[in-house]
Write a protein that binds this ligand. Structure first.
Ligand code: C5P
Length: 223
């Protein structure tokens, strides 16, 4: 869907899942495929934007597009550093990445061995930095858009995230319904913006949704 809704705009998009290292061979990851963030990158580029796509672990091909620059990251901390660096040269940030909430308190230098005399292994985790909150603190003209994957109390949690994450828009998807959300090609979301009623969208492909979101974002920029 080629148009000029975002022509001249710089869009920073994160996609995929983060990996938090446990030791040289193990990590904590999640089921994110990267499809939604990649669809958004393609939709934004097709709308004339200069896109920087920051990708973690994904299960699909990376897009090849003259207006999409790709930066690869692994952990939440790497994603934070990249987003903080790129943010000042950005007009719109879309955090579609599934970011870990916790990371191992320590990364073991050597592969952790099984001990013959112990049936348990306790892994201590600490909170990861909240990227949206960090950029919220240095936000100037930028539009900040976050995703919320919720399994319960979708509306209440999404509304709260608008405030706590300094976001202009939260796109909430219910990840418990089959055939939408994680790994799937389709998605069904509700859009939350402050001072506005939640906008539930119908179920559609992630590419169609990305195009609709670009339209909504372009409209918000114009406001
Ligand atoms: O807090 P929660 O993970 O539910 O919020 C989801 C939104 O916040 C997503 O847009 C995600 O990319 C972003 N996020 C973040 N930093 C984190 C965790 C999530 O920016 N540490």
């Amino acid at each position: 869907q080629k148009n000029d809704l975002l022509s001249g705009k710089r869009v920073l998009i994160s996609a995929g899942g983060t990996r938090e290292r446990i030791d040289p061979v193990r990590f904590i990851g999640n089921r994110s495929s990267g499809k939604m963030g990649i669809a958004l990158a393609v939709a934004a580029a097709s709308a004339g934007a200069e896109v920087t796509l920051v990708v973690g672990q994904i299960s699909v091909e990376l897009p090849v597009h003259p207006q999409i620059k790709i930066i690869k990251i692994e952990s939440t901390n790497e994603l934070l550093n990249t987003v903080m660096t790129e943010f000042t040269q950005t007009d719109i940030l879309i955090m579609a990445a599934a970011v870990a909430d916790f990371e191992p308190e320590m990364i073991a230098d050597q592969k952790i061995k099984k001990a013959a005399d112990n049936d348990e292994f306790v892994l201590k985790l600490k909170k990861t930095p909240d990227i949206l909150k960090s950029v919220g603190a240095i936000k100037k003209h930028q539009l900040i858009i976050g995703f919320a994957a919720e399994t319960q109390e979708l509306n209440k949690n999404a509304q709260a995230k608008l405030v706590s994450k300094h976001a202009d828009m939260i796109i909430a998807n219910n990840v418990v319904t089959d055939g939408i959300g994680f790994e799937s090609n389709d998605n069904q979301v509700t859009i939350f913006e402050s001072q506005q009623d939640p906008k539930p969208l119908t179920k559609m492909s992630k590419m169609q949704l990305a195009n609709q979101l670009v339209e909504l974002i372009a409209k918000k920029l114009g406001d």
